[in-house]
Design a protein. Structure first.
Length: 416
């Protein structure tokens, strides 16, 4: 869906990790910010800050404005400084637009502005369709994604927008984020969304749902709840109508941002840093870390299941804990952090501390980072994890994977 906008009169037409027992996705807002960065509308969108806002799009004349505007560059820098990812808009004509022209638009974005990646609009549902220049649409978008990731250090995020529910996961090997719903109202989102089994093999932060023409708090609450149940980690809901739904923030913007910011935990990411050396040549051990955003001043338990074969494992009677944990990273409300190994018989709560130099850091925007040495994990090659607020019954994430062998692009969007 293409926006129509220029430097004088601004109008817009667009928008803006597996499952066992079903768990709710933790939402963050990604905005169809089709007004100039720094404009009154842009500033209203971004005002609530990074506890709720995660992504914004810069769209200058549908990506065809290749000139530099200092005030826009300044607004983008400020957004990124405040912890919001900014991606540049480029339309693709459902794989039929000349890729040479598309690449020129990508170059224009990166040459003029420091952004985190590219939002490709007008993506077909079918990745195997024919396209004149590249053979298939899969190859067309794969080549463009590779081009994005080679053009600018840090510009790694690739968003594809079919706005529909593809029957298979072919786009997931290309995109960091897939817009798998762009619906006109609650009824459309309720009745016409086609849930696919493959969606639930991926983390919620890989999916973005957009629903416009949603009036009132009751309908908004229904859409937000439904998007979480469907596994969308990125969401935007507006009461803007079908003619121009993304011209300004919705009338319930304060409600939308406060409800998202007030969730138990958002954006749970894990990363692994291999062993290396410091600037003096001294060895630095491998470490793994977890990062999440929360409005609560609580303690947290991060349950970890490794692929080791010789460990006893904790299996909770709570069905929301879908992994059998052999390690627990315990983060207390006062910041004390410890890595524990399970020593019980499978059901008893029995853990012992292991030396792992575990630490917790407070970052900006209510974000916490907890990390520990990976040596106690032994010969593990991968792990899965879930997080629970201390003393709470429910788990606030589905089981997520982390490879200890590589830094796969799945986690690129963490490194801002």
């Amino acid at each position: 869906m293409k926006a129509v906008c220029n430097r004088i009169t601004l109008s817009a037409l667009l928008l803006f990790i597996l499952a066992g027992v079903a768990g709710l996705a933790q939402s963050r807002i990604a905005i169809p910010s089709y007004q100039d960065p720094g404009s009154a509308q842009w500033n209203a969108w971004i005002a609530p800050g990074s506890p709720s806002i995660g992504i914004m799009i810069v769209n200058e004349n549908n990506g065809d404005d290749l000139s530099h505007h200092a005030e826009i560059a300044a607004a983008i820098r400020q957004a990124r400084k405040n912890g919001v990812f900014v991606v540049g808009y480029v339309y693709t004509g459902y794989g039929q637009r000349d890729p040479e022209i598309v690449r020129k638009d990508i170059d224009g974005v990166f040459q003029n502005y420091l952004v985190d990646g590219i939002f490709f609009d007008e993506v077909p549902t079918n990745c195997g369709a024919a396209t004149p220049k590249s053979g298939t649409t899969y190859r067309y978008y794969q080549d463009l994604a590779n081009y994005v990731r080679s053009r600018q250090v840090g510009g790694r995020i690739v968003v594809l927008n079919p706005g529909t529910q593809p029957p298979n996961d072919c786009w997931m090997s290309i995109a960091n984020i897939l817009v798998s719903a762009e619906s006109n109202g609650l009824q459309d989102y309720t009745q016409n969304y086609q849930d696919q089994a493959w969606f639930h093999r991926y983390s919620p932060n890989r999916f973005w749902h957009i629903v416009y023409n949603v009036s009132g708090k009751t309908n908004f609450d229904k859409v937000l709840s439904m998007s979480r149940e469907r596994g969308a980690g990125w969401v935007y809901v507006t009461n803007g109508g079908s003619n121009n739904p993304y011209a300004r923030p919705p009338s319930y913007w304060d409600l939308e941002t406060s409800e998202v910011a007030g969730q138990d935990v958002q954006d749970l990411y894990a990363t692994f840093r291999p062993a290396s050396q410091d600037e003096n040549g001294n060895p630095v051990g491998a470490r793994f870390s977890f990062r999440w955003t929360t409005a609560k001043q609580s303690g947290w338990n991060i349950f970890i299941e490794t692929d080791r074969k010789d460990d006893s494992r904790y299996q909770s009677s709570n069905p929301r804990l879908t992994i059998a944990a052999d390690f627990l990273l315990q983060v207390k409300a006062d910041g004390q952090t410890v890595l524990l190994r399970y020593t019980g018989d499978g059901t008893e709560w029995k853990w012992e501390a292991v030396g792992a130099d575990a630490r917790r850091f407070k970052l900006s925007g209510g974000t916490l980072l907890a990390e520990a040495d990976s040596a106690p994990l032994g010969d593990a090659h991968e792990l899965r994890y879930q997080i629970q607020e201390t003393g709470a019954g429910g788990f606030t994430s589905v089981a997520e994977p982390l490879s200890l062998n590589n830094m796969g692009y799945l986690f690129d969007i963490e490194d801002h």
